[in-house]
Design a protein around this ligand. Sequence first.
Ligand code: FES
Ligand code: FES
Length: 151
Amino acid sequence: MPEHTFTVNGESVTVDAPADLPLLWVLRDLLGIRGPKYGCGIDVCKACTSHLDGEAVNPCVVPVGEVAGREVTTIEGLADGDTLHPVQEAWLEQDVAQCGFCQPGQIMAAVALLRRTSEPTDADIDAIANVCRCGTYFRIREAIKAAAARM
Ligand code: FES
Ligand code: FES
């Protein structure tokens, strides 16, 4: 099988896998990085949202062959050592999570939004397509606004 070398959360990794294997499988099953969640596998639920070169992507539909030489960041790579990212801090303060399954993807989507738009409107936030079966959308909105205010 071909080898693919790329960066995950600041560390270079090389995996031996078919080029069309979804990155989510590589992260979770080959590298043991379980923050990105598997919900649908078809780019709908966004539970797997991570960053590729700083932009939000859904690794369930990104073949590992496409990430060679690129930078992948998952929720595990967001904090700076023991210092949480401002979005993570806001999430805790607003007590956003319920079951928690969708939350890594929600946070990664929120970080990507705040990189694009420092003062997101309600419409910007509502355009995040990540599904939350527990219905935490109101608190997500409050947390993103709180994080925006401190970034
Ligand atoms: S697992 Fe649903 S979008 Fe990736
Ligand atoms: S917190 Fe349960 S699915 Fe979102």
